[in-house]
Ligand binder design. Sequence first.
Ligand code: MG
Length: 244
Amino acid sequence: MRRAGRIVAEVLERMREWVAPGVTTAELDELAEAVIRKHNAIPSFKGYPGHPSRIAHPFPASICASVNEELVHGIPGPRVLQEGDIISIDVGAILDGYHGDAAITLPVGRISPEAQRLLEVTEGALYAGIAAARVGNRFGDISAAIQSYVESRGYNVAREYTGHGIGRKMHEDPQVPNFGKPGRGARLRRGMTIALEPMVLAGDSCVRVLQDHWTVVSCDGKLTAHFEHTIAITDGEAEILTRL
Ligand code: MG
C-alpha cells in the first residue's frame, strides 16, 4: 500500500505542475494515467461502477476533475481551466492488488482570497482528522475533528459522501463520515488503513448529482473543495501513505 500510495502522490505532484489557465481537464487525466501506467499500476477509478444505480455508467477516466462548485466525481473533458478557478483532483491507483487514494484542490493561476481560505480550511480539516486517527481513539473522533474544524471556520461538510476503509478494495468498511460525535464507532487499531477525505462547501451542505450520473455539485453554486490522504494507523501518529 505504501508503493501504491507513492504512485498516487506522484500523480498529484505532477498535477501541481500542470494545472494552469488554458489546460483542459482531459489533458490532466491523460497525464495522470500515463504516470500510473509507467509504474505498471492500474487507475482505480477507470471503469469504476460506483453506486448500483449507475451500473450502466462506469466512471470513464483515471482522475476525478471537479471545478469550482463541483465537489467530487467530475468527469475530465474539454473544459478549459480559467484563471481564478479551483480544481479538485482525486486519483486512485492499484499496485499488486492494493489501493492508494488521495485528492487535492489546486488554484488555477491567481484565485480570490475567499477561494484560498476555502482550500486552507479543507486541507486543515484533513490534517485535523489525521491527528485524531490514533490507536485508542474511535472513528467518531476522526469525524468529529473534521466537522468541528470546518464548521468553526464558517463552512459546511458534505453529508452524502464519506471517507472509507481501503486496502484490497478502494472502498472498504467502515465509512468515515466528515461529521459525527466523539467517542462513537469502532476503536482504531494498529495496521488499519483508511482514506480520510473532507469535502467542504463554502455555502450550505446541499449537494446534487448532475445528469452525467457522476458530477456532484453544490446546490447553491458556491465553491467547494476536497482533500484526501490514505493513511495507516500506527502506535503513534498515523502514517500518510499518499505523500512523497
Ligand atoms: Mg476516497
